[in-house]
Ligand binder design. Sequence first.
Ligand SMILES: O=P(O)(O)OC[C@H]1O[C@@H](O)[C@H](O)[C@@H](O)[C@@H]1O
Length: 309
Amino acid sequence: AVSEGNGGLPKISLKSPHGSEAEIYLFGACVTSWKVPNGKDLLFVRPDAVFNGQKPISGGIPHCFPQFGPGPMQQHGFARNVNWSITDSEVTEGDPTVTLELKDDSYSRSMWDFSFQALYKVVLHSTSLSTTLKIINTDDKPFSFTSALHTYFSASIAGVSVKGLKGSKTLNKDPDPKNPLEGKEERDEVTFPGFVDCVYLGAPSELTLDNGLGDKIVISNTNWSDAVLWNPHLQMEACYKDFVCVENAKRLKQYNWVQKNLGWQSRKLNLSEANGLRTVQCGEYVVKGPFYVSANVNMCHSPMYFNLC
Ligand SMILES: O=P(O)(O)OC[C@H]1O[C@@H](O)[C@H](O)[C@@H](O)[C@@H]1O
């Protein structure tokens, strides 16, 4: 169901028969709320978030596309501050599902001169939320991009920990975001005693977030090779204690999961088939037809610490 949300912006509400609920704004295709059956919202929207259709919504699950972080265009790209449209909505095995679409237009072309289609599928299961982003190159020339799902989780920061990152290569943006320090994560559990802004390269396909509020959230992903942990600490004094960002990212500008010469039918390939495709570095091939990269994030709420995926 589409209704008027904050600031009069159109909002989709999903309700599962199991009692979970989600809300998605068409502006930025931003999931702003995911309530599990006990009514708790596991996502967080910052108190300074604006819903005016001009600035990105600071909270929930904003998109960073086609640029993650600072770069030639505005921070985190343009996908989070434009309107997406609904292409499909259905109930899949009892679970409400919606697919949103973004295509190039004169605004996107003014920053990034490529023809593309982005499809974002959100499925609300009983205790998990699945978000799949698929980028299709509809141009006749190759492009590269970086991307992230910049998820804000509700949290009590003093009790937050993230497990699963030990051994990953790190690019620590603290103290100097312009010159990230290379390193390696040595901790079993990453905690947030102060400012944290760190990119993890080659992050595993599963992370476990303890939000400090009594919930364990398993964040499993397919094809997002990197992760980011961010908490602004005193830079956002009013709210830093109440959230943590655990982001799934694709930071390196290269194509993975790209197949040459796919026809139009390539859109019908599913993720498991996509996983089997070979890796092609950007610039090594000639594009003959549309191709795509797709990525899926699955967040399972698991209060008893069982992985319900
Ligand atoms: O304020 P924005 O543009 O939403 O970005 C928030 C944060 O996003 C994170 O992904 C970055 O690592 C941080 O450096 C940045 O401050």
